[in-house]
Design a protein. Sequence first.
Length: 318
Amino acid sequence: MDCGILRIKSFTVGSIGHIGAEEDRTRCSERNGDIDAERSHLNVRVCRDNEQTLFRAWQDKCEMMGVKVSRKGQIAMEQAVITASPNFFKSLGWDKETAWLWTVKEIPLGILDYFNWAITWAEKYFGVNNIISATIHMDESTPHMHIDYVPIVERSKRRKDVYARDEQGCLIRDKKGHCIRARDSEGKVIYDYQEAPTRLSRTEYWQQRGGRQSYRRMQDDFYEQVSSLYNLGRGDIGSGRQHIEQERYKATEARHRAYEAEQAAQNALNTVLQAKNDLDTIERQKEDIRGNMEVLMDNAEAYAEQTRQRSNEEWNET
């Protein structure tokens, strides 16, 4: 049975530029060999100005919402990738072999309608104010859409742990040295709720959407609001799965760091080679100058000798 497909990816600040360049097709990763440049003219930018980079859009969104990255390695942006089984798109008229002949107006309306329902769902689920960009890619094997958003938590009350204290106000600890939680007369743990400002927090963002069950709830909601409209099956039923695949994320980050390190090393090597070339050029110029000076000195000595001889000859004649 054909299924609707929804995936979530998370990125740090340092990755946004690379992701945006590939999403806009201004610079594509060599690892993605599925891109057919002859169909890239069919890609559709649903939101975000065509002249604005994804990184600039992310910066503008954070400034507008009054949030910023507070620590190194913090998740700064997430991306929902929405697609469906290949046969589903074929039933709507998709043909990647002839699509390069199409114009944007010739993209089957059924395909655009599916992604229109998807972006409408995303605005409600992720928050319309959180969405930065949405792009439909038609230049790969299967049509799909990238929706980029920031995991921003609106101003709210944040739960803070309360610990038991003795009469002198000192923390009470157990035998292992751990602070003991404060409890009320019924034995229930006490929490202190404090007002927290609007902030960038992927953890709290997904806690508000179900915590450990957030991935399942998201897939359920997408199925009910989008996939079921097209009689598509529900994907990723596993209840224990988190909304992001940590190992894939870590591998992606490692590749980005390796790429950046390789680029930095190459730039350093290029700088050293350029400096060496400059030094070699200076040495050649110095040799040329020394050679010219020697010729000038030889000519000067010869001229002086000729002058002395003429002077002697004139003196003898007188």
